[in-house]
Design a protein around this ligand. Structure first.
Ligand SMILES: Nc1ncnc2c1ncn2[C@@H]1O[C@H](COP(=O)(O)OP(=O)(O)OP(=O)(O)O)[C@@H](O)[C@H]1O
Ligand SMILES: [Mg+2]
Length: 234
């Protein structure tokens, strides 16, 4: 569904990604794991058009993403839940969700999509009139994921959805991911909770210093001594 081939990207003169190739098949959940500064968020940003690539190719269902204007990428079925959620703190939950349906092409499906999100996350329906910034961290993450789902994406890209949350809430975020998978959505997720994320994905890539160092099925990586040593403190 989503294929990256030899992608190079960065900021100005600084290169953060070096010849990154990866693919995500329809219905799959794939994780990108790596230390701080490895380029994980950069990778998510280049896929969703927030930053341009220096070179390489990215295709979504055989259509070039790099040749598509940034504002049209969400229309290709790619939705990005950015790092640190980026909610509008002083707007209500429902207004934040509405922002996910901002483009004219989604607006006529607003009511239907809102109902989908509220069914998936009943807590958001309860909190619909609450200011997003006053909700708990876990609820805010739910709202950010809900906002991304408003555009009816084919692939949901999540950048560290469990960051900054207490362990019990982290567990709830992983349950949300399983619920999203249950809806048949394709998922690409960046995570630092390596052990937990490998339990909810099919495959993963290890990104280090802007380069893919290793890839494998979740089971292979969970059993790998190198991964256990590097990421699980074992
Ligand atoms: N807007 C920016 N301008 C310049 N350099 C940037 C910018 N954003 C990120 N970088 C640099 O690019 C490199 C990769 O950063 P990136 O945010 O992709 O890492 P990351 O793997 O997501 O790290 P973390 O786990 O800390 O979120 C880092 O060296 C970072 O300093
Ligand atoms: Mg990051």
């Amino acid at each position: 569904m989503l294929t990256l081939s030899q992608v190079n990207a960065g900021y100005g003169d600084f290169q953060a990604l070096f010849d990154v190739s990866l693919d995500v098949r329809s219905g799959e959940a794939v994780a990108v794991i790596g230390p701080n500064g490895a380029g994980k968020s950069t990778l998510m940003r280049v896929i969703s058009g927030m930053i341009p690539a220096f070179g390489g190719s990215i295709t979504m269902q055989d259509v070039s993403v790099l040749d598509t204007p940034a504002h049209q990428i969400v229309g290709m079925g790619i939705a990005h839940v950015p790092e640190n959620r980026r909610l509008f703190a002083r707007m209500t939950v429902e207004d934040n969700l509405r922002m996910g349906c901002f483009s004219p092409q989604f607006r006529d499906r607003y009511t239907e999509r809102l109902e989908f999100v509220y069914q998936l996350f009943p807590r958001m329906r309860e909190r619909r009139d609450q200011m997003a910034g006053t909700m708990s961290g876990g609820e805010q993450q739910m709202c950010a994921i809900g906002r991304a789902l408003m555009s009816d994406p084919k692939i949901l890209i999540m950048d560290e959805p469990s960051a900054g949350l207490a362990p019990v809430i982290v567990q709830q975020v992983f349950e949300l991911i399983e619920r999203i998978r249950g809806e048949g959505l394709t998922v690409l997720i960046v995570e630092q909770n390596v052990k937990q994320v490998l339990k909810v994905v099919d495959r993963a890539y290890i990104l280090e210093a802007g380069t893919i160092r290793m890839e494998g099925t979740a089971t292979e990586l969970l059993e790998s001594a190198d991964i256990q040593k590097a990421f699980m403190g074992m």
